[in-house]
Design a protein around this ligand. Structure first.
Ligand SMILES: [Fe+2]
Length: 187
């Protein structure tokens, strides 16, 4: 009797071995968790930002959240297309993630933006690692991830533009934790 696997189908996209296709899809699962986490974190910042630049940052975050939610859907559906069932479950996310919850709560715009700059560093670095990994097997998935990084890097520049002086120096440059970044940016 054939066994069934609830998380993987016996197929993948044409031109790839099932094994390679599923390997690519598995790499996407952690990116799916990371961007699911990011869209929640960005909403948290949207709700908790206070101070003089409240409205600009509050409103700047929403289109980015919509974009990231679109990326989440794109990642999950690429996994399914490649024959692997994506997990969007919060418990799976918490168990699989290698990072801690965002640590800034009620805080000013520059504090949130400096902390989020660090969040973006981590997400973009990991997305670039995934590009390297999947690029050897599947240029279609690689292209999807490249498109996402391009948009994430653009938004990171939007955030950094609030934080730099005319010489391009970021007050929180070199900060290792979100709390340190927030404190440095506030000075
Ligand atoms: Fe809102």
């Amino acid at each position: 009797m054939a066994t069934t696997n609830q998380s993987a189908a016996p197929y993948t996209v044409p031109g790839l071995s099932t094994e390679n296709g599923h390997e690519v899809a598995q790499t996407l699962q952690q990116r799916l968790h990371a961007l699911n986490d990011l869209q929640l974190t960005l909403k948290h910042a949207h709700w908790n930002v206070v101070g003089p630049n409240f409205i600009s940052v509050h409103e700047m975050l929403d289109p980015q959240i919509e974009l990231v939610r679109g990326f989440v859907d794109e990642l999950a559906e690429r996994m399914a297309t490649m024959g692997v069932g994506p997990s969007g479950l919060p418990g799976d996310l918490v168990q699989a993630r290698t990072w801690d919850d965002y640590s800034v709560h009620r805080a000013t715009a520059v504090e949130h933006l400096a902390a989020l700059d660090l969040v973006y560093n981590g997400i973009i670095e990991d997305h670039r690692d995934a590009i390297q990994k999947v690029g050897e097997l599947d240029p279609i998935t690689e292209d999807m991830l490249i498109g996402q990084v391009k948009e994430l890097e653009l938004f990171q520049w939007f955030m950094r533009a609030h934080l730099e002086n005319s010489g391009g120096v970021l007050q929180h440059g070199g900060a290792r934790t979100e709390q340190d970044a927030a404190e440095s940016a506030a000075q």
